[in-house]
Design a binder for this molecule. Structure first.
Ligand SMILES: Cc1cc2nc3c(=O)[nH]c(=O)nc-3n(C[C@H](O)[C@H](O)[C@H](O)COP(=O)(O)OP(=O)(O)OC[C@H]3O[C@@H](n4cnc5c(N)ncnc54)[C@H](O)[C@@H]3O)c2cc1C
Length: 378
């Protein structure tokens, strides 16, 4: 595993503290619709989670991607939805700090870094998911400004976020070539939020949708020009695939921890569960694949930190880790007997989240296509 600096180790300890104090005690209440996971985002900000990779000159910590994926792993062990929520607001802050016009940075960055405002990145629409180039949200140039119309769905944080990075088509029929990205302010006219969350799976991710109806974006709110946005999205998505893989590792590690502890206290046929070979092998299998997934994602993350091409490595890490999570969380749930179904345990919540992980930031099939494309080149 790649080495961490003292500051990075401190950030990781802060993530552990945040998860233990603000996430684990609340997660069951959120699952039942009591309280609001969004309320812990200011705490995430105080723990430095919203500025991890944001450059120091912009008020962030300027830490490496290797630190970010470890934070993602720790947060997801407590709850995948919270991990996605925190990381997605962080990503918008980092994206704006690096790419937005100075007036956009001044207007939104301090609020995002403090958790007063939350962010999301919106590619997906009701009619276009895997096929990103088919998005129908349209942006028309009117003088210096842009008028945007369309609908987004399945967007992390969309039930509360009000600083959005929105991808839209500027030239119908042009596909990837015509796609641009805009900073959209959810408090302005023309923004209409869908009232309900899209799903109870990974509830704290607060996935939802919104419509833009003749929403007016100013010229300086164009984040990526037509022809550049598609490429920019595909580049940044490699990092997302790696931290989703890390989140899967976090969830499996947590289920393994709970099953190990339970196996020492539960007795059948006069022995602890650990003393039954058939039982303990399911834990050993999970431990092997968890280690393999971590090695794959560490190698992929090292490519991001060194600026090398991470496309294939990220795809491999995500496919392996998401499959590993689906298989082993189900097996570890089984190893708990009926006890695994109790709500205070993470198994059912993490199992649903592992399914979400197979879709977000590139579904398994899209990633297999990516890997297969490289194999054809050889
Ligand atoms: C909880 C949650 C949070 C999300 N957050 C965000 C977010 O923050 N921002 C955002 O933009 N999106 C987000 N998404 C959307 C996610 O990126 C999409 O779900 C994903 O891209 C797949 O799109 P789809 O669901 O429309 O499935 P489709 O594209 O309709 O595909 C349906 C199925 O067919 C498969 N398939 C499609 N095409 C092919 C093919 N050519 N060959 C083989 N199989 C194929 C897919 O893999 C999938 O299994 C989120 C989704 C979820 C569930």
């Amino acid at each position: 595993m790649s080495a961490l600096t003292t500051d990075e180790q401190r950030a990781i300890d802060a993530a552990r503290g945040f998860a233990a104090t603000h996430v684990r005690p609340n997660v069951q209440a959120w699952e039942h619709g009591h309280g609001d996971s969004r309320s812990v985002l200011p705490e995430a900000a105080r723990a430095g989670m919203l500025g991890l990779e944001v450059p120091v000159e912009h008020g962030g910590q300027g830490l490496s991607f290797g630190c970010k994926w470890r934070v993602a792993e720790i947060l997801a062990a407590a709850d995948f939805g919270v991990a996605m929520s925190v990381i997605n607001t962080h990503n918008v802050a980092n994206h704006l700090a690096r790419k937005a016009a100075p007036e956009v940075v001044r207007q939104y960055l301090p609020a995002l870094l403090s958790g007063r405002r939350t962010g999301c990145t919106a590619l997906t629409e009701p009619g276009a998911g895997s096929d990103f180039s088919a998005i129908a949200t349209q942006a028309r140039k009117v003088g210096d400004a842009w008028l945007i119309d369309g609908q987004k769905a399945w967007i992390v944080n969309a039930t509360h976020a009000d600083v959005m990075v929105v991808y839209a088509q500027t030239e119908p029929g042009a596909g990837a070539r015509g796609i641009a990205a805009f900073v959209v302010d959810g408090t302005r006219d023309g923004f209409v939020r869908d009232p309900r969350s899209d799903s109870g799976a990974a509830r704290a991710a607060d996935a939802g949708g919104f419509q833009l109806r003749a929403y007016r974006a100013q010229a300086h709110e164009l984040l990526h020009a037509p022809g550049q946005a598609f490429k920019a999205a595909l580049t940044s998505i490699n990092g997302a695939r790696i931290y989703v893989a890390a989140m899967c590792c976090g969830m499996v590690a947590e289920c393994l921890r709970v099953a190990r502890e339970y196996g020492a206290t539960r007795h059948t046929f006069g022995k602890s569960l650990h003393e039954h070979q058939g039982w303990r092998w399911s834990l050993a299998d999970a431990a092997i694949d968890l280690e393999a997934a971590r090695l794959l994602l560490d190698a992929a993350a090292a490519r991001i930190d060194s600026g090398s091409d991470a496309q294939t490595a990220a795809a491999q890490a995500k496919v392996f880790a998401t499959r590993m999570a689906g298989r082993h969380i189900a097996a570890l749930l089984h190893a708990m007997g009926a006890q695994g179904l109790r709500e205070h345990h993470p198994f059912l919540r993490h199992l649903a989240a592992a399914q979400v992980a197979t879709l977000v930031d590139g579904s398994t099939e899209m990633l297999l296509e990516r890997i297969a494309k490289d194999l054809r080149k050889l």
